[in-house]
Design a protein around this ligand. Structure first.
Ligand SMILES: [Zn+2]
Length: 187
């Protein structure tokens, strides 16, 4: 290992990702230079130029930096993505943090923290956003009344739906529909 490589590992420098991999003898894990896994002693580090060499030497990919998945953006990102997909697949249901924790096997506090950090908003707000986006797809259809749309996207009352919708789109669902249909008339 060169001094430059050791410095890259110590500082978790992402510039070196892809240039080399390092394995830790004690944990048997192979990492990208940018990995934030627990710090290691230089004596325990082995450098590999390719992942294949590391695998052949009996090392496995680190769970945290996943060098075997090039598009891996980190554990928090993965948690946030799973939460996002969960909400998108269950948006019509009443989603609770306890249920998400149970279904995803991820601690609910960690889950909401990762989501907020990566997505920049809360799980609850995202849930409303997904519901309202789906409502927007139905609103242009004049045959569907607002009550039906409201319940189809998961709200138990249309007044709750209208309140949330207004907070996101700054207009009522009816106004949204009128504007949409009005813009069609003009075109
Ligand atoms: Zn790692």
């Amino acid at each position: 290992m060169t001094k430059e490589q050791w410095l890259a590992i110590k500082s978790h420098d992402p510039k070196y990702d892809g240039k080399f991999f390092y394995a830790v003898k004690t944990s048997k894990a192979v990492c990208r230079p940018s990995c934030h896994a627990k710090s290691c002693k230089p004596d325990n580090v082995i450098i590999f130029n390719t992942l294949e060499d590391a695998f052949n030497a009996g090392y496995h990919p680190c769970n945290r930096c996943r060098p075997d998945i090039p598009e891996w953006k980190g554990a928090k990102h993965a948690v946030a993505t799973r939460a996002r997909e969960y909400i998108e697949n269950h948006f019509t249901e009443k989603i609770t943090l306890d249920e998400m924790e149970k279904d995803l096997y991820i601690d609910k506090i960690y889950l909401s923290k990762c989501f907020k950090e990566v997505m920049g908003e809360t799980l609850l707000h995202y849930h409303h956003l997904v519901r309202c986006n789906h409502a927007c797809e139905m609103l242009p259809n004049p045959e569907l009344n607002i009550d039906i749309i409201s319940s189809r996207v998961g709200y138990s009352t249309s007044s709750h739906f209208a309140r949330i919708f207004r907070s996101i789109y700054h207009c009522s669902p009816t106004e949204y529909r009128k504007r949409y249909l009005g813009s069609l008339d003009r075109s």
